[in-house]
Design a protein around this ligand. Sequence first.
Ligand code: AMP
Length: 427
Amino acid sequence: MSDPEPQPESGQNDSLDDHPFKALGLKHKVVRAVVKSGYQEPTHIQAQAIPIVLEGRDVIGSSQTGTGKTAAFALPVISNLNNHGKFRCLVLEPTRELADQVTNAFRTYSKYTNLRTALIQGGVGYGRQKELLAKGVDVVVATPGRLLDHHQQRTINFKDIEVVVLDEVDRMLDMGFLPDVKRIVKLTPKKRQTLFFSATIPSEIEYLAKWSLTNPFSVDVGQRRSPAEMVNHCLYPVAREQKMELLVRLLNDLDYQSVLIFTERKLDAEVVARKLERNNHIAHTLHSDRSQRERKLALEGFKNGDFEILIATDVAGRGLDISGITHVVNYDVPRNAENYVHRIGRTGRANTEGDALTLFSADEGDQVRAIEAYIDKPLERVTLENFEYAFTTLLQKQEVVRPVRRGRNRGYIPANTMPINMNRRRR
Ligand code: AMP
């Protein structure tokens, strides 16, 4: 870790000396990668965490989604590792998609070093992973189950690990991975640096933090439970049987470039996809019944802009980093208030704006109240102009300003119509 950094040839990297990321203490070769990624200023969590991680201290970071958390730990770790050597940094992720994403981030940020990063996740064969590990890697980004399999088969050895990153720990809890995480941490050397990140830190995982961290520096960016700051979000009350019709109308009206639609159930994701296709909207699905290959293809196609609508369940919702999602639509109100925050956090990432629309039917009132209590503010109710609403008690509960009578709708429509940006382009 303490190798002296080769100095750039005269003039070669001079401009980087003034770069805000250089001022945080990162090595030149890491700052070059940051510049190549187009980052000009560190985000809050980066400004706070990078110098501390560089010092080798433990960190507990509670940050909102999309705040640049990955770079906050990856950049200083890469800077400290410096040159290719042994397997020294382990990153644990709750889902395969996240593991894939964080691996790519490590590879991008270490492109001017000779460090090697391996992705160890389930759902794919062992052969290539074993080959990679045998060749020698510096960083391993893994999901817990597959990592333990490799450890049991002795195809990986934890003895040289210096840094352990536990990412999205609350999601690990949700998915039942905490016992595996604990087993893995126990297998790593006692003398290590531990970086612990979680968008929320419920009391259940506080014990894990206390157990795994030594005198941690706490990085707390923004309110722990508030949704991503830049997202406009609102509810569309509608009778359940009209949800599909309303969704189609919304998609027809929105000038979207990329829409991530969430459904609670895998089956509904498929049903909604088929119905949208019948209405000339090409949509692909992402959920745990799809093979790893199908999930990867769906994600890549969406990221590349091959198609504009991806329909996902919550497994996929957490932590997906797809730049430029213009709209998130909740086809169902999430049953878990935290999931609402994570879902809408898929848009509005890295300080850009995004819109989140939630279709809300009368049977989902409890969930809406739970979300409003969780984020500590009421969600705006919105109706769509010229949509023939069937009767639902929800429409009567609004503050009635302007009575509108139309077709099948015998109720009143509140005056508040369409504040959502209908002309949002992919950023
Ligand atoms: P994360 O919260 O780590 O998932 O990052 C969210 C997105 O922000 C990713 O697309 C990053 O590439 C991007 N990002 C991270 N740091 C910065 C930065 N300092 N400036 C601009 N974009 C950033």
